[in-house]
Design a binder for this molecule. Sequence first.
Ligand code: AMP
Length: 372
Amino acid sequence: MKIIKLQDLYFTPFISKDKISKIVKHLAEQVKADLPKDEVPIFVGILNGCFLFAADFIREFNGNCEVSFVKLASYQGTSSSENVKQLLGINEDLTDRTVIILEDIIDTGTTLQEIYNIFRNKNVKQLKVVTLFFKPDVFRKELPIDYIGKSIEDKFIVGYGLDYNGLGRNYPAIYQLTTKPKMKNIVLFGPPGAGKGTQATLLKEKYNLVHISTGDVFRFNIKNETELGKLAKSFMDEGDLVPDEVTINMLKAEVEKNATANGFIFDGFPRTESQAIALDEFLAEKGEQINGMVALEVPEDLLVERLLERGKTSGRTDDTDESKIRNRFNEYNTKTAILKEFYQAQGNYFGINGVGSVESITVSLSKVFDTL
Ligand code: AMP
């Protein structure tokens, strides 16, 4: 999950889809458990925000029930008071019924007050209120709320039915308002030998970014015989990927070392889907994001030649043996290449022809960097 932008504002992931499902399930179970065995309640969802919550809640409510939706609209009649609301949508006779209100969020309690006022004259048997989210710090009423999914601090949230200027309701998770990201973070992508390292060295100067090459960090650790180096060596020598957990922790530590950076060029990371997810989450926690994945596209045969050539001078053991090189491509094709789709799905993939002179490729890359 990454930061989202809605009109002029940025929102960072706050409550995941899975977490929401658990909260909703728990609420539905509690409500069910408190009802008399044969009671058929009528759930009343308060539109628009509750539509996803209501749909999920009702599916988790394990029993017969009726469902209705209402909208509270400002009363457009003779009243001079702006605050009086009118209920649109209830056609059912609610006499002697158990009515259970479903709200997505209760903050100051103004809407809740309206609901209590309106249902007071409907001769219901009982009225209960279920809210998915509750903001205790701003709630100013002495009104009962029977079931609360989760209490949250007073920050503006969107997603899972909740909106900002009508947008954001479609996201399956909840996002919280955050400040505008300050960094420019770019994933420089491509198969082994595509020229990522060469280009990153040039581009980091031009854009004043910090270049993190996970391969370089591993080689540094191997040279200095650190624990991390010892661990990574056996994998690297074979051309296998180093396990995700090790690599992700190392990457995070490298980012933390550069707290004042304007941004990063990530080279050789992420290489698996879980690394990409971890990177998005890690950056989102900081109110930052990946601005784009820029990929150097080069045919594989050309790459093997390039790597063997590089192996003559690079001192890299994984560049000299063709079978190890082939294994690196195998790793790339089975675990890493899919990241193209991952970033494409975010609208963040930019492919560049990686065949040509170093200078001409820098020019092509810069054109993309400038737009990010
Ligand atoms: P590179 O210098 O990017 O070609 O990386 C050389 C080797 O370091 C790879 O073949 C892997 O064994 C290891 N490595 C570098 N980055 C990663 C990563 N993100 N995930 C797993 N292994 C990595």
